[in-house]
Design a binder for this molecule. Structure first.
Ligand code: ARG
Ligand code: ZN
Length: 896
């Protein structure tokens, strides 16, 4: 058993750094094997006390250390594997550090590393300390000048943050570039890139008339695939000006695509580095979903320039200050782009689709997290490894908390709050409290009686609150009383806190009422067009009385998903069917249909266990027929409505959980619906077969038509419909875009006879093996297939194109199998495979390994035999030495 646990860092222990660092000069002699970094750091003591100067540094080799030009000896400083400590005796001094790091050996991809033939950096959160000894914390902000020197033929492009101050050639075929960043920044926003790249660029005028150069750098030969990325960047610049009044503050904004990247992308000041999967796109290599994701991630990183860089985090407990806010901003950006140019009805539908997708993602990724061993508030109280806290809670739940403020304050006041936030804090490293204070003051300037006092508790509590709804209708008085109560029992490490009290939260609950015919009931106090009333729940229990309600209402609850909570309310199947057919709120309408389908899946999953006859799906089928016949629904919306809820959402209502049974039930229900609605699917397929009039376009309307058509195809294939094989084959062979080609391939793989699917898979690889992003998809499709067992995924890993070292490839195979192949991973062999991969990956890339280690976070709720098997697998990981801090934290929390 492991005893050398990493120390836990607590939010309450924050202390300001005792020195300022106004200027940082860095000189790099870049070399893949051994890079020399010379740093000149000018420190100023903050207080009077001569406190020691403690710098962070890891995996570095020290060459020399000079204090005010004097060489120091080993008696003058203390060096550990993680720190360098000095005791300077003057208030101002210059420290010169020369050290070496090894980019080629850096498989963790934090700090300076090699990808392809190029050099990249990733410094957030704590990667800069792998480049030089430094106060590697976000509240120490410095102005950087960076000199890069390298072999000119191998590394013709040399980039860093800010403006290019000069270039020159050096002897021996080397060259040099000097970059100056005019903005003080924390070390996590530092970046450098060196290598050979294609570049696509354009110049834009910002609102105040400044011109700025926008550039996208990518691997040689990939320039044809960066047109969309540059277009997205232009849209991002324009949108932040018009919607948030925030202008680009740089003369030059660069994005570089890297094949090896731990996450999605990184907002380094003026030099964003991206996972190439969020940059490269053309119709043959990117699906509709990737075009959309590229727009969203480019927006996200660009928006960080204000929310993250101009105002940054005081410490890493405040991570959601920048991430939650920036996710909210990218969600709004995407919604505005999708609605752009559409009429009011279509625009509202497009926004609803975006909301549905975001909420589905929250429920799949964040709700389970918030119910498991890693549950934490959006502002955590403690951590062992900050790399483990780039979570769905910090990002997605954080965005929901910002969204609730937006809902409460309204767009205009919210924007006034944003302005106030920048007026107060531009150039500073601040806390979540500072943000909420700015918002509250903007609110109170307009409505003095309002405040965010209760709302602030969202920052302190983990867990998904449960809101219980009780309806009382008094027919004689025509009075309707709605009572809401909230609860949020301790989760994760909260359960170890003695006497923990979790106060009531401020929860906006948007509701509407329908009569038994599905007509909107005009409720006093409701919005006149939507019939929506906002109930602000701020206490443990509250009631609202509505007079003159002519009939017992059917409740439409949590419209637009107005808060990240679960609702508990007894609703008959018939009521759900009525809401699914008539609710005027598109989110709540979708929700009702999903709830109905989820009930069916839970029934099927239970029967599957007991081997009982198939459940009756008449009501679901009729509801779907009504929806299909509703001409007011857009294809994109219909595609969401007619999709079965993801297993991970359905499982949340199953105790004990049996993931494979839910996956099996989902396949079964898909087949039944495929058979019973075959005529409808065929009709839909043919109506949307040609989503684009001309050439492929990734716009949301065309993408929506493709989504609906391909959904129909998958139902037909699930039903083994006699026409499906030809449709799939033809579509696979003849489509001019990856979305349709992949959907054709996936449909062929659903065929009971494996030969058409196998033949197509082989042909697909032969055609596209030169494109790593397409090869990732080819792997992912197989790893997540119901036909792929543990031994098959092992075989897939023997493929010459497989490697664990490229995170995208590891994700395509190992993660797809462990996280998304619910049918085949939940058995002792599957868990053993998982444990083995976690341990192997940990020696290569701890951050990625720690993510994989979370695949079965909610194992404590599994059926007993599965639970025992996961525990064994977890223990086998825990007992493996040495483990990274990252994996150790995850596994120890899971076993607590
Ligand atoms: N700040 C980046 C983003 O939100 C994420 C970087 C996280 N990096 C990491 N290695 N954990 O886009
Ligand atoms: Zn971010």
């Amino acid at each position: 058993m492991r005893t050398d646990l990493a120390p836990t860092i607590h939010r309450r222990d924050y202390q300001a750094f005792p020195y300022l660092l106004p200027r940082t000069q860095l000189f790099f002699d870049l070399d893949a094997e051994r890079t020399r970094v010379h740093a000149i750091l000018e420190f100023e003591r903050v207080g009077d006390a001569a406190l020691p100067l403690v710098l962070n540094g890891e995996q570095l080799t020290l060459e020399s250390l000079l204090l005010n030009g004097q060489a120091l000896t080993t008696n003058d400083y203390q060096l550990t594997t993680e720190t360098l400590t000095l005791n300077p005796d003057s208030a101002r001094f210059t420290l010169e550090i020369t050290a070496f790091c090894g980019p080629q050996a850096n498989t963790a991809l934090m700090g300076l590393y090699v990808s392809g033939n190029s050099l990249f950096t990733q410094c957030e959160a704590e990667g800069f300390r792998r480049i030089t000894w430094f106060p590697d914390r976000p509240d120490v902000m410095s102005r950087y000048t960076v000199t890069l020197r390298a072999d000119k033929s191998r590394y013709p492009v040399l980039l860093s943050n800010g403006n290019l101050a000069g270039t020159r050639d050096l002897p021996d075929g080397r060259h040099e570039a000097v970059w100056e960043d005019p903005f003080p920044k924390p070390s996590y926003l530092f970046a450098l890139v060196a290598g050979t790249f294609d570049c696509r660029e354009t110049t834009v005028q910002t609102r105040s008339g400044r011109s700025a150069l926008l550039q996208i750098y990518s691997d040689p030969g990939t320039r044809p695939k960066t047109a969309w990325a540059l277009e997205c960047l232009k849209r991002s610049v324009a949108w932040d000006e018009t919607r948030f009044g925030l202008e680009l503050d740089l003369d030059r904004f660069m994005i570089v695509a890297a094949r090896d990247f731990n996450m999605g992308a990184m907002e380094n000041k003026g030099l964003n580095v991206f996972n190439s999967s969020y940059i490269l796109a053309d119709p043959d290599s990117a699906t509709d979903a990737s075009y959309e994701a590229i727009e969203s991630v480019i927006g996200h990183e660009y928006f960080h320039n204000w929310t993250g860089n101009r105002v940054t985090c005081r410490d890493w407990f405040q991570l959601s200050l920048k991430e939650g806010l920036t996710v909210f901003r990218d969600q709004e950006f995407s919604a505005d782009m999708m609605a752009h140019g559409l009429g009011p009805h279509e625009a509202a539908s497009a926004r609803a689709v975006k909301r549905i997708d975001d909420v589905a993602m929250l429920r799949v990724a964040q709700f389970p997290e918030d119910a498991g061993p890693m549950a934490h508030p959006i502002r955590p109280e403690s951590y062992q490894e900050i790399g483990n806290f780039y979570t769905a809670t910090i990002y997605e739940k954080g965005a929901e908390v910002i969204r609730m403020m937006h809902t409460l304050l309204g767009e205009e006041t919210f924007q006034a709050g944003i302005q106030e936030y920048f007026r107060r804090h531009d150039g500073q490293a601040v806390t979540c409290d500072d943000f909420v204070n700015a918002m509250e003051s903007a609110w109170q300037a307009r409505q003095p009686e309002r405040n965010l006092k209760v709302f602030r508790h969202w920052y302190e509590q983990a867990g998904t609150p449960l809101v219980q709804v009780h309806l009382n209708y008094d027919a004689a008085q025509q009075r309707c009383t709605i009572t809401l109560s909230q609860s949020n029992p301790p989760v994760g490490i909260e359960r170890q806190q003695q006497g923990l009290h979790k106060p009531a939260l401020h929860i906006p609950v948007a509701i509407g009422m329908l009569d038994k015919q599905g007509q909107t009931l005009a409720v006093p106090g409701a919005d006149s067009t939507t019939g929506t009333v906002m109930l602000e729940l701020t206490q443990t229990e509250q009631s609202w009385v509505f007079e003159h309600v002519p009939t017992a209402p059917v409740l439409s609850l949590l419209r637009g998903f107005s808060a990240p909570v679960r609702i508990a309310y007894e609703q008959a199947d018939a009521e759900l069917a009525l809401l699914a057919s008539h609710d005027t709120d598109p989110f709540a309408r979708w929700e009702a249909g999903q709830a109905l389908a989820a009930r069916q899946l839970l029934l099927l999953a239970a029967q599957h266990d007991a081997a009982q006859p198939a459940a009756d799906i008449t009501l679901l089928k009729h509801t779907w027929q009504t929806l299909i016949a509703d001409a007011s629904l857009t294809p994109a919306y219909l595609a969401r409505v007619l999709s079965l809820p993801p297993e991970k959402i359905v499982m949340a209502d199953m105790l004990p959980m049996n993931p494979a049974a839910v996956a099996q039930a989902r396949l079964q229900l898909r087949q039944q619906l495929g058979e019973q609605l075959a005529q409808e699917w065929l009709h839909i397929y043919h109506a949307h077969q040609h989503a684009d009039a001309g050439a492929y376009s990734p716009d949301a309307v065309s993408a929506g038509r493709r989504a609906l058509k391909n959904l129909a195809l998958s139902y037909l294939a699930a039903a083994q419909h006699p026409q499906a094989l030809t449709l799939a084959q033809t579509q696979y062979e003849q489509s001019d875009n990856l979305t349709d080609r992949m959907a054709g391939l996936a449909a062929l793989m659903q065929w009971k006879d494996p030969s058409p699917g196998q033949a197509a898979l082989t042909g697909f690889y032969d055609s596209w093996q030169g494109d790593p992003l397409i090869v990732d998809r080819w792997f992912a499709l197989q790893a997540s297939s119901p036909a792929t067992q543990v031994q098959d995924v092992r075989r897939l890993m023997q493929h010459p194109a497989f490697t664990l070292r490229t995170p995208n490839r590891a994700r395509a195979v190992v993660f797809q199998f462990c996280q998304n192949n619910l049918l085949n991973v939940h058995n002792p062999q599957g868990y053993a495979f998982w444990a083995e991969q976690v341990v192997t990956l940990d020696a290569i890339n701890p951050e990625i390994a720690a993510r994989l280690a979370r695949a079965f976070d909610n194992w404590a709720q599994y059926a007993p035999d599965l639970r025992d098997a996961v525990r064994q697998a977890l223990e086998s990981i825990r007992d493996h030495a040495p483990l990274s801090k990252n994996v150790a934290e995850i596994v120890n929390k899971a076993l607590q």
